[in-house]
Structure formats: C-alpha cells, structure tokens
Design a protein around this ligand. Sequence first.
Ligand SMILES: [Zn+2]
Length: 222
Amino acid sequence: MKRMRTDFMILTADTSQMDDELKCTSLDTRDKFTWRFTPDGSYSASSAYRLQFVGSVQTAFVQLIWKPWATPRCRLFAWLFVQNRLMTADRLLARGWPNGYFCPLCMRSLETATHLFIECPFSRQVWAGVAIIATAPSLAPSSWGNHHRSIDWMAGLSEGLPSLEASRVRSWTLLVLWHLWLERNARVFIASLSPVRSLLARITDEAAAWDLAGAKISVARE
Ligand SMILES: [Zn+2]
C-alpha cells in the first residue's frame, strides 16, 4: 500500500512537470520529418547504405583473402590459417590427439601454422623461388619484417604496392599457402616428399591455369 502511494506521488509530480512543458509548446507549426544521418536532414539512399555498417568491425580479411583472385578452396584455407584453425601438431598436442610433433617440411621444429608457412626453412626457399617466378620481391623472406600475427605478415607482403599489384601479390600468397599445405599433407598422409623445385613447378602450373581463368597474376602490374 505504501509503495502504491509513493508511485502515485511520483506520477503526480511527472504530470505536473509535463503540464508546464506543454504550456510552452506551440501547436501552430506542422510536424516535420527529418533524416538525422545527413547534415541537411534530408534522406539519401547512400546515407541509408552507409548506415548499415555503423558499429561493424573492419578486418583485413576482405582485402587480403576474399577480394583477390583465387579459387574458393585457397581463400577458405587462408582464412582458417590466419585464425589459427588448421589442425597443425601444436593444436593436436594441446588436445591430447595423435600428432607427429615435428614440421613435416623440415623435421626440425614443432609444427605450428606460423612455423609451417612463415618460419620453416623449406617454406622460405619456396617463397624465395616464387618471388622470382612471380616477379614479386615482397614475397621473398629476406624482405619480411617481424610480425606476431599471421594476418599482419600477410598484410606486409603487399604493403605499399599499387592496388592492382597488391591484388596480384595477394593472389600469389593464397596460391603458395595452399600448395605448402598440400605438400605438408602429402608428407604426413602418403609419405610422398617433393623437393622445392617440384613444388615450384606445381605452383607455376597452377598460376598459369589461374591466368587462363582470368586471374592475370603472372605479369607484374603498375
Ligand atoms: Zn619446418
């Protein structure tokens, strides 16, 4: 009962304040609709389109993975790689699942995604070879900086390049990542081992096939 009386007092106070405010309000002017997402308050389709992205988080995935020319499987694979979702030995080990521990490409270090694609001496020879084949110096490990995250490493490969050339280098990156993984799987699952030279030949062949399909990745672009 006491509670109801308190609520009633608050309601009375609120309506009396509303009454005061209404007395100062003129009803002579007509209501007007305004669109608060443009400076002049008028609606535009472009402002409504931009509104959809308010609050969204920008990632580099679009520029580095989804936009460059590549086959869907290469894109999906790179997306898993940059999020450390590949079933490499370190992740199998953490789950207590069977694993070979060592990187199958060099047999020297624990297999992690970062080691496999960026640090491994075998992979670095492949990247160096591809840098020459593709006329893309930024793919050579000698030009790489230190990056803690694989997505930053990927971004660094095409950093500062003109748009078309950056896109071409990104396509090559997706292609090489995929072929390094295929070589890794061949060694793990069917004990088939290819030297750097053979792997480079396979990458070159697939690059030519991509070109036939419209990728335009063989020739450097301004
Ligand atoms: Zn290795």
